[in-house]
Design a protein around this ligand. Sequence first.
Ligand SMILES: NC(=O)c1ccc[n+]([C@@H]2O[C@H](COP(=O)([O-])OP(=O)(O)OC[C@H]3O[C@@H](n4cnc5c(N)ncnc54)[C@H](OP(=O)(O)O)[C@@H]3O)[C@@H](O)[C@H]2O)c1
Length: 516
Amino acid sequence: MSVDIAPPITAPTLTSNPLRTGLRIERSPAPCAMVIFGASGDLAKRKLLPALWALNEAQQLPPGFSIVGIARSELNHEQFRQQLRDSITHDLTVDPTMLDTFLQGLFYVPGTFDQPDMYQRLKQVLEQIDRERGTAGNRMYYLATPPSFFPVIMEQLGQAGLVSDAATGAGWTRVVIEKPFGRDLATARELNRVVHGVFDEAQVYRIDHYLGKETVQNILHFRFANAIWEPIWNRRYVDHVQITVAEDLGVETRGGYYEEAGIVRDMLENHMLQLLTLTAMEPPVSFDADAVRDEKVKVLRGMRPFDLQRVQSDVVRGQYGAGWIGGKAVPAYRQEQKVAPDSQTATYVAATFYIDTWRWEGVPFYLRSGKRLPKRVTEIAIQFRPVPQLLFGPTDPNVLAMRIQPDEGISLQFEAKVPGPTARHRPVAMDFRYGTAFATAPAEAYQRLLLDVMLGDSTLFARRDEVEAAWTLVAPILNTWAATQATDLPNYEAGTWGPEAADQLLEASGRRWRRP
Ligand SMILES: NC(=O)c1ccc[n+]([C@@H]2O[C@H](COP(=O)([O-])OP(=O)(O)OC[C@H]3O[C@@H](n4cnc5c(N)ncnc54)[C@H](OP(=O)(O)O)[C@@H]3O)[C@@H](O)[C@H]2O)c1
């Protein structure tokens, strides 16, 4: 809440409950087994297994930690281990003894997800792991599969007796569900219904890997571990907020997936709304999972709904045509593999959001995301109101820019006097860079998130009501776009900052997009 009058200075309060203090000093999970459904897939190979190996190298995994891979290929345990060994040993710094010990904890169960018999074989392997490696019935199921398999896997896990609850005292069971969680409000609700037929909400971890990024978590630390920002973090001082998630890549080999998804499902509904809620939320009463998520849900509920008229006036859709990026000619979206030649799929979106709350009434939040923009950059920029009087002539606005990736850091732009006998000034910046300040590269997002699941900490995962509120918000955009043909696609050249209509969205109120 904003305060204009300085309160008396008092010592900060720390309570004895570590959750209330937000301290997570000792993070050592109990021994457990992780089952990866879709162990031969792109996500498992590129993200999950490397993150687990990195956790192992950092000695953050519990003793006896075991991985069971599941996919259709007929592999045995040893062949599965060899695949991972081959993907790791090109790194000459790897300690061979450590790798051997880690690989002994890898197991593989071949089968298809709808086969009850496969779950019985999985059960036997898990029981053997419990006996031999001391995992005590603690299980984490990771659904790294195409989303169409999420329901059948959960139902089969339930029917096979592979889900324990706290009452049975047979160890914990947790399930991690990859994005996309549904493809609209109805399918998200249906998926939640299936999930809750088998698991309690406390056992469910809906992952959005953006929340595993250090720079995203730092939004909360920046806001709530410093005293100077909160008094100005509101409609009285903030003119508007811009959130940009730009990619220079096109759809690469994922044209089939993207035709179904498009930019709203791929970026806006999840990653971008996460950035927005963390930026706009009220201070939580503690740093525990539900307290933080309660505040995020309140932001989503406070957001002005879109109707047909608002989708037409406040939302811009775009699709890239051919162009140039980094000196190379690149094809139009409609020429990409597995993309229809007359595709209506949006690869760019820009939209104005309003949060109708005491703190943010009247402050526009401009969000934009696109593929084949000039560079890869994610940032949140808070632009402050102008000074009330121009004593020294026109000024540039103060802007606080949180750079999520790359070049992670935060900069504050302000006006400074140009040296010399005149009263001229120009914008300069105070700049914080992670790399320089902490001299260490941030860990991969999946490392943090996998560890949190093992620890039973769901703060950085989406709750049921949060996912449904996000779909409710974007549903009118998806529905309106599905019902109306865009006749101007493609409407931006690859390598540019998006369609002209996106510039007009801000120009109407005398503002303009940043060029990060
Ligand atoms: N890849 C990414 O960067 C990324 C990023 C964010 C989210 N995600 C999400 O993560 C999930 C997995 O994506 P992905 O890219 O890794 O998919 P993928 O490469 O297509 O992998 C799918 C996995 O499922 C297995 N599989 C498919 N049908 C099966 C069946 N009927 N029975 C048993 N196994 C089956 C495949 O194994 P076999 O073919 O060997 O059977 C493979 O291991 C998706 O929900 C995706 O949206 C992915």
